[in-house]
Design a binder for this molecule. Structure first.
Ligand SMILES: NC(=O)c1ccc[n+]([C@@H]2O[C@H](COP(=O)([O-])OP(=O)(O)OC[C@H]3O[C@@H](n4cnc5c(N)ncnc54)[C@H](OP(=O)(O)O)[C@@H]3O)[C@@H](O)[C@H]2O)c1
Length: 296
């Protein structure tokens, strides 16, 4: 039995991992909060995911959820989907650490943790929480797989981050010239699922990117070609982001500004070696653009 923590979010990496696991007949339990989105819960229930109520901020619920589990897969984060009282520190920090402790205490053999790219390396609370959790996991008794994807298309080439392809309006952080190996959430889910039970993924950390490194301005050009519409651009300068990070009222705002500065700097991931071990066709920005524009 696999335990997925983070299965009900709006972006949906955890939900996609549940779907891919159920598609190959694996038993899946999802830790869900009482406030979880009803439609997403029903679509998970329809494919046979079982639920256990819990919260990363409630250690006892984590102990219960980990009982009888073979691998915990944690994609949870409060950056996009949060409730009152959630903070970077008590969800992405202490909450994830408690989940590792609970898995340890319950004798769970292995743990897959979704972190992010090593190039996201400025000093801000979310990055510090991710790296601290990675260290905690590495020093635990659990066999670990740490996935470090770069910027997800479903977040950064999406209205969530101001890339509003429905309105042909794109917010660009920085000058938009530095390349990023944008990766699709579906491909991160495939790496998570492939890594389960593969000896190569035992006690391993994988940097994950998509098939090509292209600049934000090039992504706009692709969306313009596919949609046949000219996009209006809104630039957020690096100076403005630095100021936002310095003057942010809380750790969430500091982290969002920090992440945007890392996007402005670019993030190229060479996938050659990893694709030799795990051959798969990766989703390109053009594939993603076709998919989302088709649904408008
Ligand atoms: N965005 C990017 O570009 C990017 C890049 C690299 C890595 N990542 C990582 O990828 C992972 C998945 O991201 P995503 O965008 O798919 O996330 P998402 O859709 O926002 O989902 C987040 C999930 O975390 C759950 N969660 C939040 N607080 C919780 C708590 N206190 N207790 C239990 N569950 C809680 C949410 O539950 P509810 O549904 O109840 O709110 C939701 O199911 C994250 O770890 C993120 O850091 C993202």
């Amino acid at each position: 039995m696999y335990l997925v923590v983070g299965a009900t979010g709006p972006v949906g990496l955890g939900g996609e991992i549940c779907r891919q696991l159920r598609a190959v007949g694996q038993p899946v339990r999802a830790l869900v909060r009482p406030t979880a989105n009803a439609d997403r819960l029903s679509s998970l229930a329809r494919i046979g995911v079982e639920f256990i109520k819990g919260d990363l901020r409630n250690r006892r619920s984590l102990d219960e959820a980990c009982r009888g589990i073979e691998t915990v897969i944690s994609t949870a984060s409060m950056m996009v989907s949060r409730q009152d009282g959630d903070t970077v520190e008590n969800v992405d920090g202490t909450g994830q650490n408690d989940l590792i402790e609970a898995a340890n205490a319950a004798g769970v053999p292995s743990f897959v943790y979704v972190s992010f790219s090593k190039h996201i390396d400025r000093d801000f609370p979310f990055r510090n929480a991710k790296r601290a959790v990675e260290q905690r996991l590495k020093h635990s008794r659990l066999a670990y797989t740490i996935l470090r994807p770069t910027f997800l298309m479903e977040v950064w080439l999406n209205p969530i981050a101001g890339f509003d392809f429905r309105e042909a309006h794109a917010r660009i952080y920085g000058l938009g010239r530095n390349p990023i190996s944008w990766i699709s959430m579906d491909d991160v889910a495939r790496f998570a699922v492939i890594s389960l039970g593969t000896p190569l993924a035992r006690n391993a950390t994988f940097e994950l990117g998509g098939p090509e490194a292209i600049s934000p301005l090039e992504t706009v050009r692709i969306f313009e070609e596919v949609s046949g519409r000219r996009f209006q651009l809104e630039f957020v300068s690096e100076e403005a982001l630095e100021e936002q990070q310095q003057n942010a009222p809380d750790s969430l705002q500091r982290s969002l500004a920090g992440l945007s500065r890392c996007y402005a700097a670019g993030d190229v991931i060479d996938m050659t070696a990893i694709l030799k071990s795990f051959p798969m066709a990766l989703t390109s920005v053009r594939d993603y653009a076709r998919g989302v524009l088709e649904k408008i």
